[in-house]
Design a protein around this ligand. Structure first.
Ligand SMILES: Cc1cc2nc3c(=O)[nH]c(=O)nc-3n(C[C@H](O)[C@H](O)[C@H](O)COP(=O)(O)O)c2cc1C
Length: 215
């Protein structure tokens, strides 16, 4: 008998999205939702975690969880290894989609757009701000490459720890930030009886246009 999850369902009753009076600027609304999520999504949940989807050169989609490290009118910033699978995918197809899920608020936000590497000076500043162990980890880990055994990674960490003993490691060239410049941001608010609210913002000629979508 296959496992059935059909009876697992929840009715969403907490909030709504208005047609009038809702924010004209989706970045302002995102900021409000993120700050509410930081209060309601209790640890171990991380309010700034999101699923990031990229597409490789053969058209296959890949999705993984990452942490958002900042956002502004310029875009949404995350960090990782430029030589990782996602780094290769973004090099061949510089577009991505990120999705936030805040179950405590019954909310989802989807953001889509072109992705560029972050200004190196900003990646340097963020790298220096990370804990020392994370800095060494960025040097040691050939992210997404096969390892024969965990001991290989531990050996790589020992090597970089010796190499940078008593010094501040610089940011590795293969590690840094990306900035996703949004052209679409959709806010989803769960509502009772599956009649959810969806507000879709699209950037057209430099201005955000809002449309309500059917759930
Ligand atoms: C909660 C959480 C946060 C994560 N944050 C990051 C991150 O900020 N950057 C990153 O490169 N990987 C992060 N990861 C690991 C990624 O999900 C993924 O394993 C890694 O980036 C390699 O993906 P890739 O092989 O598709 O490049 C995180 C994973 C989890 C579960």
């Amino acid at each position: 008998m296959p496992l059935s999850l059909a009876q697992l369902r929840r009715n969403y009753t907490l909030y709504g999205l208005r047609d009038d009076g809702e924010q004209d600027d989706p970045l302002v609304l995102f900021g409000q939702w993120l700050s509410q999520a930081r209060k309601t999504e209790a640890p171990p949940a991380e309010a700034n975690s999101m699923a990031l989807a990229t597409v490789d050169s053969e058209g296959y989609a890949h999705c993984r969880i990452l942490l958002l490290k900042g956002f502004s009118a310029e875009g949404f910033v995350f960090f990782g290894n430029y030589q990782s699978a996602k780094g290769e995918e973004l090099a061949s197809n510089p577009h991505a989609a990120m999705t936030f899920f805040w179950p405590g608020l019954e909310r989802q936000v989807r953001i889509e757009g072109a992705v560029e590497r972050l200004d190196p000076a900003l990646s340097d500043a963020y790298f220096l701000d990370r804990p020392a162990a994370s800095q060494l980890g960025a040097w040691a880990s050939p992210q997404s490459q096969p390892l024969t055994h965990r001991s290989e990674l531990e050996g790589l960490l020992r090597e970089v720890t010796e190499r940078f003993a008593g010094q501040q490691p610089p940011r590795p060239e293969h590690w840094g930030g990306y900035c996703l410049q949004p052209r679409r941001i959709e806010f989803w608010q769960g509502r009772p009886d599956r009649l959810h609210d969806r507000l879709d913002y699209r950037l057209r000629n430099g201005a955000w246009q809002r449309t309500r979508l059917a759930p």
